[in-house]
Design a protein around this ligand. Structure first.
Ligand SMILES: [Zn+2]
Length: 125
């Protein structure tokens, strides 16, 4: 399938993906921990699409944030390629354009994001 009009956010996401890759590699390369060094060499040998799987087995805390972000960015890139980008993961409504402009990897609309992030404890009534 040919994508005639790739979403304008694709370039932004691909750029962020490359920056995350570099950040993860750089951090691992400069760690004095032997396991981090092994992970660095492993990641060099596999395509970045497979990184989340390796990082789910072993991930030093200093790359945890970048790993989480990498997964979100990868998901958004595949959604663009599949033509299902910008659809809320929870309610399947179109995600607001301003939310996507602010974070092109966002997976939820305003209402569902609010629900997912600040669910108050179960009320007794
Ligand atoms: Zn929603």
């Amino acid at each position: 399938m040919t994508i005639l009009h790739p979403h304008p956010n694709l370039q932004k996401l691909e750029l962020e993906h490359r920056q995350l890759e570099q950040h993860i590699l750089w951090s691992l390369q400069h760690s004095s921990n032997t396991d981090d060094g092994k992970l660095y060499h492993l990641l060099l040998q596999i395509p970045p699409q497979l990184w989340p799987e390796s990082l789910s087995r072993y991930c030093p805390s200093f790359v945890a944030t970048a790993r989480h972000r990498l997964e979100k960015v990868q998901a958004a890139i595949s959604q663009i390629k599949l033509g299902i980008y910008g659809v809320c993961a929870d309610c399947e409504a179109q995600i607001e354009a301003e939310r996507l402009a602010c974070d092109p990897a966002t997976q939820r609309c305003k209402v569902c994001a609010a629900k997912a992030q600040d669910i108050p404890p179960e009320l007794p009534f």
